[in-house]
Design a protein around this ligand. Structure first.
Ligand SMILES: [Zn+2]
Length: 250
């Protein structure tokens, strides 16, 4: 960084402003591209996905629970009907054989119906088992994700605080340097910077522009070097303000 730039050279000041702008952009990029921030976003996205899956799973489990409860009620009704019929069988020793046969036939039929209902209940229970296991697994993973998100949030906040402090300091220095530029030069720099990805001024290093990294024709370099020091020169390849070295500079 050109902290030692001569105070009376507007182009040295311009480079100082450019260097600070570059540092500010790098800080902002580091902030946005923070690995912890990206992981936090991924963790939150995964948790949201899992929450949605948990809601769908809960609906499935509630449906199975309702089916099971309905089957249990049916089984209870059948069993109670059978108990009543069996009571009548024991209490009806003297009844006509035909009536007894009819009751016995119904008791047998009810027993078969009970077996069927038990099979259906068992089928529902078998269906429930893996869904319950999955629900437990989801709860576990959600818990882990919440803990990780909390940890990452704290890390991101801590790093952000440091970067924000540094950004505030860079911005303060940038404003102080920029205030030393003439209004036309500052305006021209801002225009080019807005157009060319944040870099409005570049150094002429030897025969190449460190803005576009292209080599200038030697005739052009010679012409530029002979221009009065206060002439604003732009790179013919990228259009950035080209800063020639000053005594004690590059
Ligand atoms: Zn250039």
């Amino acid at each position: 960084m050109s902290g030692a730039a001569p105070a009376d050279d507007p182009f040295a000041v311009l480079l100082a402003v450019q260097d600070l702008d570059t540092a500010i952009a790098q800080h902002q990029h580091r902030k946005a591209a923070l690995a912890e921030r990206r992981e936090l976003e991924q963790v939150r996205a995964r948790a949201a996905e899992l929450q949605a899956a948990a809601v769908r799973l809960d609906a499935q489990r509630a449906e199975l629970a309702a089916r099971l409860s309905h089957l249990e009620q049916q089984a209870e009704a059948v069993a109670s009907r059978r108990r009543a019929l069996e009571g009548r069988l024991y209490g009806a020793r003297g009844a006509a054989g035909r009536d007894l046969q009819a009751i016995e036939a119904e008791v047998d039929q009810l027993a078969r119906r009970l077996d069927e209902l038990e099979d259906e209940e068992l089928a529902v229970l078998t269906e429930q088992e893996p869904l319950d296991a999955e629900a437990a697994r989801q709860r576990g993973e959600l818990g882990e994700l919440a803990a990780r998100a909390e940890q990452l949030s704290a890390q991101v906040a801590e790093i952000d605080a440091v970067l924000d402090r540094e950004l505030a300091e860079l911005t303060r220095r940038r404003q102080a340097e920029a205030a030393r530029l003439s209004e036309p030069l500052a305006r021209r720099y801002e225009e080019i910077r807005a157009r060319l990805g944040g870099t409005g001024a570049a150094r002429l290093v030897g025969d190449h522009c460190d803005g576009c990294h292209l080599t200038l024709p030697s005739m052009e370099v010679e012409r530029i070097r002979r221009l009065p020091p206060d002439t604003v020169v732009t790179c013919e390849q990228c259009g950035r303000i080209l800063v020639r070295s000053w005594p004690g500079g590059s």
